[in-house]
Design a protein around this ligand. Structure first.
Ligand code: 2RA
Length: 342
């Protein structure tokens, strides 16, 4: 069986990745609608040998659509009700519905059982959260988790196409000894902007409570929901780095029960979608440059933390546009198809 699919936000970084993955994974689509805001409507996109004209999204766009892939942003809230009303299942990459108790928040390798509880909308978690939970879940199953301290190193593409261009332009300007312009990062709607080229920005999204950013609190709340355990202590520091693609995370974990590093390594290596790349003698560890455009989440630098009981340190890297966004969403759709949930 084939499905009518709509992509909302088809022209952005995540929307474009949806298209690449649909082709690559031979996703069983019948009709394909590419939707976007008025600004991008009318653009022609060549896809799998056919020309598609991007349409301006309206409530009626979702008539006769079975799978609606929402790339994220404010449009999700606007169009999700209409898409659901027309009978589509919405797989949404925005943060609008993630913490809604009626909406499952899913990483298919981690909590696929939540999918069937949906009421029309399934939320795709935040990119850094997806990448972290892929590494936490095998350890959680092995020994339960007491506490997590995570610091992220997030690529500019997490902030969209404009942020990629900004890094590009700034590097070129610096090389040419021209003045550098910063208009997008840390966030387009923020009152101030800082240079990202040859710099680090300790702010992703707005500040919310106690000096934490929204991105940091997403990592806390979303991880609790995905692992279905609010008792895990989680504290996060999220940093934007001048890397094009692939988020990296330094994760310090205090396990509830004692396991050897070797057991932890084996559990990580056996987990679907995780590749252990950890051979210090041969200088083998994950790096964003080499994990970009890959489907898997890579784990390396696995070592004990001798300062606490049952402590372990990991270095985790994953392509946040793939597994952190479009791939995860498409895997949710594939799971539904394979389990006859559509
Ligand atoms: C970022 N978390 O990297 C965002 C993308 N979803 O800014």
């Amino acid at each position: 069986r084939k499905y009518n699919v709509a992509i909302l936000g088809a022209t952005g970084a995540v929307g474009q990745e949806f298209l690449a993955l649909i082709a690559e994974r031979q996703f069983p689509f019948n009709e394909l609608k590419l939707l976007a805001s008025k600004r991008s409507a009318g653009k022609v996109i060549e896809f799998m040998g056919k020309q598609y004209t991007v349409e301006e999204a309206t409530d009626d766009s979702f008539k006769n659509v079975q799978i609606a892939l929402f790339a994220g942003g404010a449009a999700s809230k606007t169009f999700a009700p209409a898409a659901v009303k027309h009978g589509a299942v919405v797989i949404d990459n925005s943060s609008a519905f993630r913490m809604d108790p009626r909406v499952p928040l899913v990483v298919p390798e981690v909590n696929p059982e939540a999918i069937k509880e949906h009421n029309g909308i399934i939320a795709n978690p935040n990119c850094s959260t997806i990448i972290m939970t892929m590494a936490l879940k095998p350890l959680y199953d092995l020994a339960r988790i007491k506490r997590v301290v995570v610091s992220t190193y997030q690529a500019v593409s997490g902030a969209g196409k404009e942020a990629i261009d900004e890094l590009d332009d700034q590097v070129k300007a610096l090389v040419d000894h021209r003045p550098v312009e910063a208009k997008i990062l840390p966030g387009a709607s923020l009152p101030k902007h800082y240079q990202i080229a040859f710099n680090l920005l300790p702010q992703i999204d707005v500040f919310v409570e106690d000096g934490y950013t929204k991105e940091e609190m997403k990592m806390v709340h979303e991880t609790h929901k995905i692992l279905n355990d609010d008792n895990i202590g989680i504290t996060a520091t999220t940093i934007r780095v001048p890397v094009y693609r692939s988020h990296a995370e330094s994760i310090n974990i205090e396990l509830e029960n004692s396991v050897s590093v070797e057991e932890a390594r084996r559990a990580l290596a056996a987990f679907p979608g995780v590749i252990v790349q950890d051979d210090p003698e041969n200088m083998l560890y994950p790096m964003p440059l080499f994990t970009s455009s890959k489907d898997e989440v890579f784990v390396g630098r696995i070592r004990p933390d001798h300062t606490v009981a049952n402590g372990i340190n990991l270095w985790v890297v994953g392509d946040q546009i793939r597994k952190g966004a479009a791939l995860n969403a498409l895997q949710i759709a594939e799971y539904m198809i394979n389990h006859k949930l559509l």
